[in-house]
Design a protein around this ligand. Structure first.
Ligand code: ADP
Ligand code: MG
Length: 421
């Protein structure tokens, strides 16, 4: 299919109200419209959804979008329906639908109204769904959060492993689009291999976040006091403090409150009402700081988070990147401060000891990278980007001096000596 540039921009405007494509979006859309297998690697917030939504809306047939989270699918469907007067333009097909609802979805697809059909991978294991999809016109398959296919990703889901097989049963020559924010070369290889899309047109955006300042401090017994001091130096600014355990989250939130900081706890052990209440307070700026486990952050889009503190070092560079990535979304200041002690690494190792051996090995390898990152004396940005398979020269690259190692070089051994807990 050949589509003039002007048509693409007109469609972008018509369906999304945007006048410009972001980053590599236009190239990706063109690749999909040309029927190529396509692989898209862009950081969170990079605008991956539009990459498949726009070509789906422009083409005949229904694009099937595989996504792991029902909540995410619902949001996307609502957003698409919002830009169109046709409710049937996007649907979700999953086990929560009753018979009448399923019938309606199928009718809309048959009529050719439905351009986007969101499914969980589980739904595709159902014979009747596969049979139905085989009988209709499918424009392409988009596999969102494609890293779920890899054991090296942070969210492995065995059902994703079957996708290639199922797609083959839905039809021959269906273009496959994989999308992920996970940039490690290992995960990418897994995705390409498991989806069977060798030779896919690959689009990879830079993962550099030049406005983020990276700093690692040794974790001493004074860590709480240090955090309080840091937060007070950023008075009135929004920030997130990540801790490993719910207990620590509760304790630290209290310590901060006692010290006059407007802070709330957030973790999966709190009831849904408190969680949404605390999240709202953060978004509305009634409070400044959320002390949280990793349960906090997915889908939270507060542009002016000015600092992200890791009270405990995360279990992989990926997690670190995702979590620190919530700072400075608006392009303004974003200070990322992590406290590191080797004792915490040992704790994380202990957590893994009950898991299957293969999982432990992967966990170990990911942890070793975290150790290397924490202890490195080279540019932290260079380290992170190298981990993601990206060359970065901190002498010339954007944000090249934005970390403690470059601004305040110190001898390697110091950090280790200071760490006592
Ligand atoms: P990702 O899936 O890569 O994390 P999303 O698809 O959720 O990112 O998009 C992130 C944000 O960027 C959304 O709010 C979306 O509306 C916005 N966005 C996407 N494309 C554009 C564009 N071309 N112009 C302006 N905003 C865009
Ligand atoms: Mg996305």
């Amino acid at each position: 299919m050949s589509i003039a540039k002007g048509d693409l921009h007109a469609a972008l405007k018509k369906y999304f109200g945007f006048s410009k494509f972001k980053g590599l979006q236009e190239d990706v859309v063109e690749s999909i419209l040309s029927g190529n297998h396509t692989f898209v690697i862009m950081p969170t917030g990079g605008g991956k959804s539009l990459c498949y939504q726009l070509p789906a809306l422009m083409q005949e047939g229904t694009a099937i979008v595989v996504s792991p989270l029902i909540a995410l699918m619902k949001n996307q469907v609502d957003a698409i329906r919002g830009v169109s007067n046709e409710e049937g333009i996007a649907h979700v097909l999953n086990s929560s639908l009753n018979k009448t609802e399923v019938k309606r979805v199928k009718e809309d697809i048959i009529k050719g109204i439905t351009k986007l059909l969101y499914v969980a991978p589980e739904s595709l294991t159902k014979e009747e769904n596969v049979d139905f999809l085989r009988s209709v016109k499918v424009s392409f398959m988009a596999i969102d959060e494609a890293h779920c296919i890899s054991e090296w990703g942070h969210d492995f889901r065995p059902e994703y492993r079957n996708l290639k097989n199922i797609i083959g049963r839905i039809g021959d020559n269906i273009p496959i689009i994989g999308l992920t924010a996970t940039a490690t070369p290992k995960v990418q290889e897994d995705i390409i291999k498991n989806l069977g899309i060798t030779g896919a047109k690959t689009f990879k955006a830079s993962f550099n976040r030049p406005n983020l300042y990276y700093e690692v401090r040794p974790k001493t017994k004074n860590v709480d006091a240090d955090i309080i001091r840091f937060i007070k130096q950023h008075e009135g600014k929004s920030g997130i403090v990540y801790c490993l355990s719910r207990k620590r989250v509760e304790e630290l939130a209290q310590v901060l409150q006692v010290n006059g900081i407007k802070a709330v706890p957030y973790h999966a052990g709190l009831d849904a009402k408190s969680r949404s209440n605390h999240q709202d307070k953060f978004l509305m700026e009634d409070i400044d700081v959320v002390v949280a486990t990793i349960a906090f952050g997915m889908g939270i889009d507060k542009p002016d988070v000015r600092f992200v503190i890791h009270h405990d070092i995360p279990k992989s560079i990926e997690s670190y990147y995702q979590e620190t990535g919530r700072a400075g979304r608006d392009g303004g200041e974003g200070h990322c401060l992590a406290y590191y002690s080797y004792k915490d690494i040992e704790k994380l190792e202990k957590f893994m000891s009950g898991k299957p051996v293969a999982e432990q090995e992967i966990g170990q390898a990911l942890l070793q990278e975290v150790v290397a990152f924490a202890e490195t004396s080279i540019s932290r940005r260079k380290f992170i980007l190298h981990y993601f398979g990206e060359e970065f020269d901190n002498e010339t690259g954007e944000g090249g001096d934005m970390d403690d190692n470059i601004r305040h070089p110190k001898k390697k051994h110091e950090a280790k000596d200071e760490a006592v807990i």
